[in-house]
Design a protein around this ligand. Sequence first.
Ligand code: PBG
Length: 342
Amino acid sequence: MSPTIRQRRLRTTPAMRNLVRETRVHPAQLVLPVFVRDGLSEPAPVGSLPGVVQHTLDSLRREASRAVEAGLGGIMLFGVPLETDKDATGSVGERPDGILNRGIEAVRAEVGDSLVVMSDTCLDEFTDHGHCGVLDAAGGVDNDATVDAYVRLAVSQAEAGAHVVGPSGMMDGQVLAIREGLDAAGHPDVAILAYAAKYASAFFGPFREAVGSSLTGNRRAYQQDPANRREGLREAMLDLAEGADIVMVKPASHYLDVLADVATASDVPVAAYQVSGEYAMIEAAAANGWINREAAVTEAVTCIARAGADILLTYWALELADWLDAAPTTKPLRRASRRGNR
Ligand code: PBG
């Protein structure tokens, strides 16, 4: 009655498990999201994201060179302006002396081309009402006027030195308009990472603290309903048709079905954003001793890659690169006992 098919044969030793592992995460596919805040004299911790800080321009530069040393693929910049610089149209975003553009410039001066420098192309950090766009007379977000503002913002970011712009506002037609705007302004080589399927998620909560968001309502009239899977694929296909160079699904862990759909259909690289709430949940549980931090982080990230992400945005990128470095695959050979170490 003993089975001839024994799946456990391939699970017997670390070396065997290593040999048959289907998914490996490499530092080169990780992107570190960072916050740079105007008027800071020292880095300021973000309470809801333990271990994450709002950077000064100086500490941002140092973080960027750490990212290069760790072999990361990229860095994604978010700007936090002075409260007094916010207005209804988020105009400080596109100013060359605005904090995000100064941050991009500082990072490029530090890392050159050794790291892919990406920037958030959205207005929510810069508007006094906290929405991702400009408002119409009725108080809704005006799609087409917002897209015009995104084009100016993207061009200003390209001028500051961004290799990649990341429109995250979920306005219709934003990718095509930005592509045409960048090309017309002489930036045909600046790539677009489209936040293609982005859901109106409760898991963005800690991020709103990180950027000092002024939002009081919600984003359900432009970000997607978490209940919709087919729509996520359609959003990605539209962004591909508009010329997106990379398409992203966000959040990651609770949207692996959408990610898998997009990864199957896409003919460009697919990214996933492990968002602030995903980070905060694991950190909080680990801080309580309820979960093994390193194991939980590694598992979560591996599963996002397994579902089809080629590129992963994660606040753990630097630490992960360290862990991956120390992982068995790259460990130097050591004499092992004949019985092996299981
Ligand atoms: C919008 C933007 C958000 C995030 C990234 N870009 C917030 C939002 O849509 O409300 C969230 C990222 C995170 O939660 O880690 N500029």
